[in-house]
Design a protein around this ligand. Sequence first.
Ligand code: CAP
Ligand code: MG
Length: 435
Amino acid sequence: MSEKIEWYKEFVNKNYKPKNNDVKVLFYYEAAKGMKVEDALGRIASESSSGTWTTLTNLPKLLPKTKAYAYNYSKNYTKLAYPRILFENGSVPCMMSGIGGNIFGMKAITNLRLIDAELPLDYVKGFKGPTYGKEVIKKIFKRKSGPITSVVPKPKVGYTAKEHAEVVAKAVWRGGMDCVKDDENLTSQKFNKFEERVKHMARVRDQVMKETGEVKDAFINTTAPTLKELERRVKLIHDYGFNYFMIDVVVSGFTAVGTASELAHDYKMAIHGHRAMHAMFARNPKHGMTMLFLAKLMRLIGVDQLHTGTVVGKLEGSKEEIMAMKDMLTKKEVGEITNLRMPQKWGKIKPVLPVSSGGLHPGILPEVFDIYGTTDIGIQCGGGSQGHPDGIEAGARAIMQSIEAYKQKISLKEYAETHNELKVALQKWGYLKPM
Ligand code: CAP
Ligand code: MG
């Protein structure tokens, strides 16, 4: 009996017309040597929806409604349509265990990259999105326009909780910055316990707010070993009167970001999303998942502001990708860009504030604003502020002066003639694009 062994081909159908409610996913793929395109695509569509490697003796009545189809494909790009029924309402982990799961390890392909997915509004409405999103500028800082400025104490770790607040944060806030951000790998180490840091930061914040009359806040890192501890940390930050908290979204995972979003809505707080570890799967242009799609998931779940790159700083990210991502994060609706972005409607989900960070200093901030086409972004400096020869407060002032010069359409060179902190910063770094 020549029993059929495989049924992958049932998951490839060039004539399939995707339904409005299907999740349509764009992949880059490379079929393994000797593997026909349709055989490779059938394996991707089958293994990420309801199939498996061999024919089965029992099939549920619902099966036809659960199958994904590769409906559009060329040698290296394909679009797959996944029936909405596959994905639990409000659950990114459920969706990613399918479209981001086993298929990345299949022998049938040598490379696979999840570029983007068009999520139907019926799926989008299962999420709350950000509490404030880009409105943080107005709602928290009572300003009409950005940027929201922040400095991250450097070295990344090593200060005690008291030094973190007294030595760095005080000077940064006095120098005019809106926020002080924990570095991604600062959580609650012996030398800088979380509770201590929150307490000292709140005390210094109140002192500087009294001195300056300005709103000051902080992105204190709540990244934690368990959801229970995450919740405790968010609550403590709330109880000390901060408007924001920070979470490392990738190392924490989608469930933790979902919990953080629930807490942010409950406490009316904003989430600063750091993306440490994203480059592990986002950087290789042939394999993994794009930062654009990670950013889409973060807007969906509810991060208010998210690191999106600089183009001119020390970390990778092309202008084309960053612009496609920025528009997807900040607009109500975006169209398709071939092989780069899928269309997306956002319904009621608020826009997210892009944050540019990584090797930034006063000499290249104007280029960042030109690249983003706006100053309504977050700007974050670490070494580019605390490396200022005249100290931490001067470094913050130099950043503020660079921003003021840009807003007044005056060249940095000219503005530096009457603003010494900027002048000294330009003497040290010039217009360097760090590697
Ligand atoms: C920047 C930073 C940020 C990076 C993250 C760092 O410090 O604190 O974590 O910007 O990268 O640790 O490198 P510097 P991205 O200002 O001293 O570079 O924003 O691309 O996610
Ligand atoms: Mg950092």
